[in-house]
Design a protein around this ligand. Structure first.
Ligand SMILES: [Zn+2]
Length: 52
């Protein structure tokens, strides 16, 4: 398989985040969590397991 697959994570608050790569997606989600949900912590594996 080649190429990159766009991935998405839907936050429980309804925000939809997307990333071109796993790393970008994880960054995006962690940034959102810091800004909007400082009490929530997800690590990389958890974020990727929520992605589709
Ligand atoms: Zn959210």
């Amino acid at each position: 398989m080649t190429g990159e697959r766009r991935r998405y994570v839907q936050c429980p608050c309804g925000e939809l985040m997307e990333g071109r790569t796993d790393d970008l997606l994880v960054d995006e989600v962690q940034h959102h969590l810091r800004e909007q949900h400082p009490h929530l912590r997800y690590d990389r594996d958890q974020i990727l397991s929520m992605s589709y």
